[in-house]
Design a protein around this ligand. Structure first.
Ligand SMILES: [Zn+2]
Length: 168
């Protein structure tokens, strides 16, 4: 993950490097999952989250949890840390998945995602876009804003944008 990810204030977690804040091994909190999931090394980026059972399209997979922080604190943490897990909830609040994260913060970016985020009453829910088979890595489009510094993508999808930023 490049330094430019520091500026992430929008989209999903900015990277899945679990050692950014010490030796934190990825862990999935089953209190926030609706299906059996597991964190393990990913070909895309360090750690990833994998389905251990089939997940039907449209079902909630996991909630993205963490510390709720203000816009000012979001900016401070984003500037201070090279790697972080900030998910913008709305124009004021963000969720920092590095504090009390459910494990959803380890879900990698792909330009061909199989989950998407839906915000329901201030909860960030990751929903299956299609049927996900056991053993598949969960992937979400981080949708970095196009006016942010460009972060290259090597997700390997046929339709890879070449960047995790939106093109328009
Ligand atoms: Zn890509």
């Amino acid at each position: 993950m490049s330094r430019s990810a520091k500026r992430l204030l929008n989209g999903a977690a900015s990277g899945s490097i679990p050692f950014a804040h010490g030796s934190v091994l990825p862990r999935i909190d089953s209190n926030f999952t609706a299906f059996r999931l597991e964190a393990r090394p990913s070909k895309i980026h360090r750690w990833g989250v994998y389905a251990l059972e089939q997940i039907p399209a449209g079902r909630k997979v996991i909630e993205y949890t963490g510390e709720k922080i203000s816009r000012r604190e979001t900016k401070r943490r984003g500037d201070e840390r090279e790697l972080h897990y900030l998910f913008t909830l709305n124009s004021y609040w963000s969720i920092d998945g590095s504090v009390g994260g459910s494990g959803a913060e380890f879900i990698n970016h792909s330009c061909a995602p199989n989950v998407y985020a839906r915000i329901v009453r201030n909860h960030i829910l990751y929903i299956a876009k299609r049927t996900i088979e056991p053993g598949e890595e969960l992937l979400i489009d981080y949708r970095f804003e196009k006016d942010m510094e460009t972060v290259p993508c090597a997700c390997g999808a046929r339709n890879c944008r070449g960047t995790i930023n939106l093109l328009e």
